[in-house]
Design a protein around this ligand. Structure first.
Ligand code: 3HC
Ligand code: NAI
Length: 706
C-alpha cells in the first residue's frame, strides 16, 4: 500500500502482523513535508487497522534518516510539523520499532526516539548535530534524550553534535539492541517478531526514568552551562540547548516540549542559523566543479613532493595521513634530512601526547621515501612542487619534471602568488600542470585552492579534486591571478587594516575588533604567526610594479628592517616572552607607528570598533566581488568556503559574501562610497557590487549559476 502516491516517499507493506514502513527519499531520507505526511499517515493507518500488531520503520538506501530537510529552514513551515509526527508515533498504542542503519541524525534520531524500541546495526551513526547548524533538536530531542540516557550524556551529544556508533549508542541506552548482520530489514523484522512473541508493551521515551536523580542531573546542567558560556564564542544555540535540557528535568514533558519549540524557533530565526546552513551547502557545492562532471580523475597511487620545507613537509604529512606513499625530493642530503625531521617532529609530538604509537609511526614511514635525484619521481602519478617562491627556481624544477615524469603524471605547484600559466607554458606538457595551493600547516588546514590554468585538461582538474577528497581537504576551484582567491582578497583587507593603523587605530585595537567579530586572530597576530618576512618579500617583489599613486603604509617594513618577523624572532607587532606564543602589546611598536604617522603627515584620529569592522569587511567583500566578477572564483560561495576553511572566518556568519547579503549590499556599497571620499583609488566599488545593487539582487542569486 502506498500512502502518498504523488511522492512515493513513504511506503507501507503488511508483513504478517507487522506494518513495514519504508522511507525512501534519496539521497538521505531527509524529513521533507511529503515524508512527514507519509509517516503520519502510516501511523494512523497502523492504528486503525486491526490486522496490524506492530510497526517497523526503516530507511531505504544507505541511511535511516539524516534529519529534517535542511532546505526547508527559513521557508514558511508546512504541516505536519515534525514534533507532531514524533508525538503521534510515540502515542501509537501498538509497538513501534525503529531499525537504524547509516545516519540517524537530528530529526532522524528524534523519530527513532519517539518509537518504542530501537535497533541499530554496525555502521550506524546516531547523533543530534543541530548545534552545527545553529539550531537545537526541535522534535523532542532535548526532552526525550535526557529522559532516556540522563542529562550529562544527552548534553554531551547535543552540544558536541558528534555521531555515536551503534555500539556506543547501545552502551548509552539510546538503542536497545545491536543487529548482528547488515541486513537491516531482516534484523528489524526479527526484532519486532521477538517483541510480539514476548508481548512487549508499548514503552514511551517520555516516561523513561533517567532523570530520576534530580540533583545529579541538575548538577550536570549547571556544569554544562558554565562550560558552554566559556567555550561557545558568540554562538547562539548552545546555551539554549542547556536551557531546554534543564526544562526536561524541571518541567513535565509537554511543558518541556513547548519550551523546546520556542527556543528552536528563536534559533531558526537567527542569522547564525542562516550562516551555518549556507556553510553546510556551500562546502558541498564547491566539490562540484564543472571539470569533475566532464572528466574522470586519473589514477593516484603514488605522490611526489619537491621541497621539504614548511609546506613540502606539511603536504607530505597530509599524503601520508591519507594512506598514500610519498617521495620527497630535496636539493641536497642535509635539506632532505631536515625535511624528514619536520615529519618526524609532528609524529613524535603525537607519540609524546599518546595519540600515536611508535609502531604506527614506523608503519606510516614505510610509505615515505626521500631522494636528491628527480629520477625517483619516474613512477609518480602526481607531483607537488613546494620550493622557494621564485619563478626561475620553479621553472627549473618543472623542466626537470618534464624530463623525468611518466606521460600522464599530474604536475602541480604550491605557489602562493606566481603566474601558473607562465610555469605551464615553459614545459612541453602544459595540459598536465595545475596549481594546488595548500595552507600552512598543510597537514592540518582543510582548504585546498585548486588553481586552474588556461591550458590544463579537465581530467587533471578532476584529479586534483579527487586528491582533495583523499586528503580530506575542502577544494575550491580558483583561476590564475596574483594571490588566487584567498591571498588576493587578503592583500586588500590587510591594506585597509594598515591604513586604519596609520590613521590612528592601534594594531591591538584592530586585532581585538576582528576577534570580537568572530575570527580566532586579528590580522597583525596572523602576520606575527606566519612570519613578517614572507609579506615583506612579496612587497619588495611588487614594489617595481606598484601604482605610485596608491597609498603605501610602511609600518610593517619598519618592523621587518629591525628583524622583527613575529613569533619566530620573539618580536613583531607583539612582544613574545621567551618561547611564548601569545604576544603582549609593545610600546616600542606604538612609537614606531607614531613616527610613521608623523613622517606621512597624518594627524591620528580615533576609530570605533564598529568602524574598524565596517572598513575591514567592506574591503574584503569588495575584492570578493571583483574575484567573482573576473571568474577567479566561480561563485560567491567559493569565496565563502575559501574564507571559512583557510582564513578563520567565523562559520556562523557563513563567509564574507553571505555576510554581505545579511548586512545588505546597498549598505556595503554606501560604505565604500563614503570611504572613497578619503581614498578614491583604494575604495573603488566593484562593478559586480554596483550591478547587483542596481538590480536589487544579492550574492546568493549568483550561487546557482556556475
Ligand atoms: N536535508 C537536506 N539535504 C540534505 C540533508 C538534510 N538533512 N543531509 C544531507 N543532505 C543532502 C546534501 O546536501 C547532499 O546534497 P547534494 O548531493 O545535492 O550535494 C546529499 O544530501 C548527500 O549528502 P552528503 O554529500 O553529505 O552525503 P554523505 O553520505 O557524505 O553524508 C550525512 C551523509 C552524514 C547524512 C550528511 O549529509 C549529514 O551530516 N547531513 C546533515 C545531518 C544533519 O545535520 N541533520 C540535522 C538536520 S536539522 C534537524 O534535524 C532539526 C530537527 O531537530 C527538527
Ligand atoms: P621553505 O623555504 O620552508 O621551503 C622550501 C624548500 O624547498 C627548502 O627546503 C629548499 O631546500 C627546497 N628547495 C629549493 N629549491 C629546490 C629545488 N630546486 N629542488 C628541491 N628542493 C628545493 O618554503 P615554504 O614556506 O615551504 O614555501 C614553499 C612554497 O609554498 C612557496 O612557493 C610558497 O609560496 C608556498 N606556500 C607557502 C605557504 C606558507 O605559509 N609558508 C603557504 C602556501 C604556499
Amino acid at each position: 500500500m502506498t500512502l502518498n502516491p504523488s511522492a512515493d516517499v513513504v511506503t507501507c507493506e503488511l508483513r504478517g502482523k507487522v506494518l513495514l514502513v519504508t522511507l525512501d527519499h534519496p539521497p538521505v531520507n531527509a524529513l521533507c513535508a511529503d515524508v512527514r505526511r507519509g509517516l503520519l499517515a502510516a501511523i494512523e493507518a497502523a492504528q486503525a487497522d486491526p490486522d496490524v500488531h506492530a510497526v517497523l520503520i526503516v530507511g531505504a538506501g544507505r541511511n535511516f534518516i539524516a534529519g529534517a530537510d535542511i532546505r526547508e529552514f527559513g521557508k514558511p513551515p508546512v504541516s505536519p510539523l515534525l514534533p507532531d509526527v514524533c508525538n503521534r508515533i510515540e502515542g501509537c498504542t501498538k509497538p513501534v520499532v525503529a531499525a537504524i542503519h547509516g545516519a540517524a541524525l537530528g530529526g532522524g534520531l528524534e523519530v527513532a526516539l519517539a518509537a518504542h524500541y530501537r535497533l541499530a546495526v554496525d555502521g550506524a551513526k546516531l547523533g543530534l548535530p543541530e548545534v552545527q547548524l545553529g539550531l537545537l533538536p526541535g522534535a523532542g530531542g532535548t526532552q526525550r534524550t535526557p529522559r532516556l540516557i540522563g542529562a550529562q550524556a544527552a548534553l554531551d551529544l547535543i552540544l558536541s553534535g558528534r555521531h555515536a556508533s551503534a555500539k556506543e549508542a547501545l552502551a548509552l541506552g539510546l538503542v536497545d539492541r545491536l543487529g548482528s548482520s547488515d541486513d537491516i530489514l531482516a534484523e528489524g523484522l526479527a526484532y519486532v517478531h521477538e517483541l510480539l512473541a514476548n508481548h512487549a508493551p508499548v514503552r514511551r521515551t517520555r516516561d523513561a526514568a533517567a532523570l530520576a536523580d534530580r540533583a545529579a542531573n541538575l548538577a550536570a546542567v549547571a556544569a554544562a552551562r558554565a562550560e558552554t558560556a566559556k567555550k561557545s564564542r558568540g554562538l547562539f544555540s548552545p546555551l539554549k540547548i542547556v536551557d531546554a535540557v534543564e526544562a526536561a528535568i524541571e518541567q513535565p514533558f509537554d511543558e518541556g516540549l513547548r519550551l523546546e519549540r520556542k527556543l528552536f524557533l528563536e534559533c531558526l530565526d537567527s542569522p547564525q542559523r542562516a550562516g551555518l546552513i549556507h556553510a553546510f551547502f556551500a562546502e558541498r557545492e564547491v566539490l562540484k566543479a564543472p571539470e569533475t562532471r566532464e572528466a574522470k580523475p586519473r589514477a593516484l597511487n603514488s605522490i611526489g613532493v619537491i621541497g621539504g620545507g614548511t609546506m613540502g613537509a606539511g603536504i607530505a604529512l597530509a599524503v601520508l595521513d591519507a594512506g598514500l606513499p610519498v617521495t620527497m625530493i630535496e636539493r641536497d642530503d642535509d635539506s632532505l634530512a631536515r625535511g624528514r625531521a619536520h615529519i618526524d617532529k609532528v609524529y613524535d609530538g603525537l607519540i609524546a601526547k599518546g595519540r600515536m604509537s611508535a609502531e604506527k609511526k614506523a608503519d606510516i614511514m614505510t610509505r615515505w621515501s626521500g631522494s636528491t635525484s628527480y629520477d625517483a619521481l619516474a613512477d609518480a602519478d602526481l607531483v607537488i612542487e613546494a620550493v622557494f617562491e621564485d619563478i626561475a627556481v620553479k621553472q627549473a624544477v618543472f623542466a626537470e619534471l618534464d624530463r623525468v615524469c611518466k606521460a600522464g603524471a599530474v604536475l602541480a605547484t604550491n605557489t602562493s602568488y606566481l603566474d601558473i600559466d607562465a610555469i605551464a607554458s615553459s614545459i612541453s606538457r602544459p595540459a598536465d600542470v595545475i596549481g594546488l595551493h595548500f595552507f600552512s600547516p598543510a597537514n592540518i588546514m582543510k582548504l585546498l585552492e585548486v588553481v586552474v590554468p588556461k591550458q590544463v585538461s579537465a581530467d587533471v582538474v578532476a584529479t586534483a579534486f579527487d586528491l582533495a577528497r583523499k586528503l580530506r581537504k575542502t577544494p575550491v576551484r580558483a583561476g590564475v591571478c596574483d594571490g588566487f582567491i584567498g591571498n588576493r582578497i587578503l592583500a586588500v583587507y590587510r591594506a585597509a587594516a594598515d591604513a586604519m593603523m596609520e590613521d590612528g587605530a592601534s594594531p591591538y585595537q584592530i586585532d581585538a575588533a576582528v576577534r570580537a567579530f568572530g575570527f580566532p586572530m586579528g590580522p597583525f597576530q596572523v602576520v606575527d604567526l606566519a612570519g613578517g618576512d614572507i609579506g615583506w618579500a612579496a612587497r619588495k617583489r611588487r614594489a617595481p610594479t606598484r601604482n605610485a599613486a596608491a597609498r603605501y603604509v610602511q609600518i610593517a617594513d619598519r618592523l621587518c628592517e629591525r628583524g622583527w618577523f613575529g613569533q619566530k624572532t620573539g618580536r613583531g607587532f607583539y612582544l613574545y616572552a621567551q618561547g611564548s606564543r601569545s604576544g603582549a602589546p609593545d610600546p616600542e611598536v606604538d612609537s614606531i607607528i607614531d613616527a610613521e604617522r608623523e613622517r606621512a603627515g597624518i594627524a591620528p584620529r580615533t576609530f570605533t570598533d564598529e568602524e574598524i569592522m565596517r572598513r575591514y569587511m567592506a574591503a574584503m567583500i569588495n575584492e570578493g566581488a571583483n574575484v567573482v566578477h573576473e571568474r577567479i572564483a566561480l561563485r560567491p560561495l567559493d569565496v565563502d568556503v575559501t574564507f571559512l576553511y583557510g582564513y578563520g572566518f567565523p562559520r556562523y556568519r557563513g563567509g564574507p559574501m553571505k555576510y554581505a547579503d545579511t548586512v545588505g549590499l546597498p549598505v556595503i556599497l554606501a560604505d565604500i562610497r563614503e570611504f572613497a571620499k578619503q581614498d578614491p583609488l583604494f575604495w573603488q566599488a566593484s562593478p559586480l557590487l554596483i550591478e547587483l545593487v542596481e538590480r536589487g539582487a544579492d550574492f546568493a542569486s549568483l550561487n546557482q549559476s556556475a
